[in-house]
Design a binder for this molecule. Structure first.
Ligand SMILES: [Mg+2]
Length: 383
């Protein structure tokens, strides 16, 4: 209220208090000053389980599967809705049950200012340790709400250049040579292929792919190699095959062997299973050349961007990855991709029932749109 209006309405209020008609006049004051007071909006969280159907049986060094459980979330604030998602591949220990249990304990109704993201996410983080995918589902929806209120995509709010997004790799799981060849042909729109090794004959897998394409490859052994000498021999052999880097070659517990490999390898060695959060990253300086940051491992976009800048400060390469998940979580991760050396954002392309539309791959590169928040629209109504 301007000073003059305050004096005018202040005088009215004083008179009203004397005559006992204050409530009526207080309303009148609000109306006349053009500031109808609205009830304070509060944040509201909704969530529901969902099952992703994979297009192909997906085999990595540790397991095979045809579905992935996810939980979809929505945060509503003053009529604006933000979308979020938790994806729970079995090896990370979260499930529908644990995520639903965690989210039922989140009371966002105590917050009336969605811009206090640090406070809100700190509260969510302190509810229970772990539960990173569940926490990411709140974090992503909150970023979407805030971006929508401001009318800007998250990458704009972070000051990132959409022209600097990297190519994304398309993942080829472990399979028979016929199926591998078929998958390579399906991956025609992509400039980089990510090859899963560590559970079969690695050389046959690479030679099969090289028989049909000369695109650059990256390799993910998912901790499948146990011997450092074999890992180094493979690193030299893979370099000759135009492979750019090796992700998680050995079990994360073999820190000494991995540090030795990183020192001697002609290819960068990237941590995935070994690093969930910034705390894990801090102690691995010199052990790996880079880190694969995923929202479902670290707890969301807020934690991921902090990790990316930490990795930069540690002079490590950055890869932005994902799980099998819908375009919701993939588009959220894509917002950070201008910070990354490499992206592996194909999780939404591996499923049949994506209920959102968002980030696209154009000419093999992550393409960010200018829609506010995480840049998605609903293909079907979830809530
Ligand atoms: Mg990996």
């Amino acid at each position: 209220m301007k000073k003059r209006e305050f004096i005018k309405y202040g005088g009215l209020l004083a008179g009203a208090l004397m005559t006992g008609t204050a409530p009526v006049l207080a309303n009148e004051i609000e109306k006349r000053s053009g500031q109808i007071k609205r009830k304070k909006a509060l944040l509201k969280l909704k969530f529901t389980p969902y099952e992703l159907q994979l297009k192909h049986v997906f085999t990595i060094a540790s397991n095979s599967r045809t579905t992935t459980p996810v939980v979809l979330t929505e945060i509503e604030y003053d009529g604006i809705k933000g979308h979020g998602e938790a994806s729970m591949p079995p090896y990370l220990g979260e499930s529908h049950e644990t995520v639903l249990k965690f989210l039922s304990q989140v009371n966002l109704g105590q917050f009336s200012d969605p811009f206090l993201m640090e406070d809100i996410l700190e509260y969510v983080d302190n509810i229970m340790p772990g539960n990173h995918a569940a926490k990411a589902s709140v974090d992503i929806a909150l970023h979407d709400v805030v971006g929508k209120i401001l009318g800007k995509p998250c990458f704009r709010l972070w000051g990132l250049d959409p022209m600097k997004t990297p190519d994304t790799s398309f993942t080829i799981g472990i399979d028979t040579p016929e199926v591998v060849k078929q998958k390579v042909l399906e991956a025609a729109p992509y400039n980089v292929l990510k090859v899963k090794l560590g559970a079969g004959d690695d050389r046959i897998m690479i030679d099969t792919i090289r028989s049909v394409t000369d695109k650059p490859l990256c390799v993910d052994a998912n901790q499948g190699w146990k011997d450092k000498n074999y890992a180094l021999e493979m690193a030299h052999w893979l370099r000759e095959k135009n492979v750019m880097f090796i992700e998680q070659p050995m079990p994360k517990s073999q820190i000494g062997d991995i540090a030795w490999l990183t020192q001697n390898s002609p290819l960068p060695v990237i941590a995935d299973e070994a690093v969930q959060t910034a705390d894990d990253l801090l102690v691995l300086k010199g052990v790996y050349s880079g880190v694969n940051i995923k929202l479902m491992k670290c707890g969301g976009m807020n934690a991921a961007i902090k990790m990316a800048y930490l990795a930069k400060a540690m002079n490590m390469k950055i890869m932005i990855g994902c799980m099998t998940e819908t375009s919701c979580a993939v588009s959220a991760a894509a917002q950070l991709s201008p910070l990354a050396n490499w992206a592996d954002l194909d999780g939404n392309l591996l499923i049949n029932n994506d209920c959102y539309e968002g980030m696209l791959i154009k000419n093999g590169k992550v393409s960010l749109n200018e829609k506010p928040g995480i840049g998605i629209i609903e293909k079907e109504k979830i809530f």
